[in-house]
Ligand binder design. Structure first.
Ligand SMILES: [Zn+2]
Ligand SMILES: [Zn+2]
Length: 245
């Protein structure tokens, strides 16, 4: 397969943007695939987004124009090839930093993944690369929206929220806005399917507060899309539906 390691800062930045895109803009599947790679990685490029450390696995960002599909099909992926390529671009070797290790563990918790017990090493990007990175398109969605999406995709918290909702509703899972029940409509296929919406107002959700299951509400895909696309409040949307009935 024709897959080459990166040779420039620009290519590195492109891959870092890809990682962010998978975590915040893509599907739940791409979120969970990417966050698993982050949990399993041993060598990381550390970058800062709005004051928070993010970590990208070197074996992913070290290959030119990488994507999840390419990565899954790349049988030759090898950290002993990507690490020197990244070191060369950044002009320094990856090292262990206890401060970054701590930040990495916090990041994994935030993503809802459990890191491995391996020893990890890091590169920390210089300010000039960070400046270029933050001028890239993934910033457009805004930090708050990215935090919001990541919270909604934290599998552990979502599963806990689903469980406690079911317990409180006789084992049923339905949209808290319109009442739609995937299981009723789609039978077996729809069983246990629902999306989670982070209730806490975006403006109030700044900082590093832990994600609690009670922060999430159960919503169908339609109501969830309208909430985000039209930026209406939960109450407003409920009112609209009541009127229709
Ligand atoms: Zn709904
Ligand atoms: Zn949402």
């Amino acid at each position: 397969m024709d897959i080459q390691t990166i040779t420039s800062k620009k290519q590195l930045i492109q891959n870092l943007n890809k990682v962010e895109e998978y975590l915040t803009g893509g599907s739940d599947e791409s979120y969970s695939a990417m966050s698993k790679y982050i949990a399993r990685g041993r060598v990381f490029v550390t970058y800062i987004v709005d004051g928070k450390y993010h970590f990208a696995p070197s074996r992913f960002v070290g290959y030119k124009n990488n994507t999840l599909t390419k990565h899954e099909n790349n049988n030759e992926k090898d950290g002993t090839i990507t690490s020197p390529a990244i070191s060369k671009i950044l002009g320094s070797k990856n090292q262990f930093y206890s401060e970054l290790e701590d930040a990495y563990l916090t990041y994994c918790e935030w993503l809802g993944v459990t890191p491995t017990n391996h020893k990890r090493t890091f590169w920390l990007l210089n300010q000039d690369i960070l400046d270029e990175l933050t001028s890239e398109p993934f910033q457009e969605g805004g930090y708050k929206m990215r935090v919001h999406r990541i919270r909604e995709r934290n599998r552990k918290v979502v599963d806990l929220a689903k469980d406690s909702f079911k317990k409180a509703h006789g084992g049923k899972l339905f949209c808290e806005i319109c009442g739609f029940d995937f299981g009723e409509t789609y039978g077996k296929l729809g069983e246990d399917f629902i999306e989670a919406h982070h209730k806490v107002e975006l403006s109030a959700s700044e900082g590093e507060h832990e994600i609690k299951p009670s922060d999430l509400m159960m919503v169908c895909s339609n109501c969830h899309s309208i909430l985000h696309a039209r930026n209406v409040s939960i109450e407003e949307l409920k009112k609209v539906l009541k009127k229709k009935k």
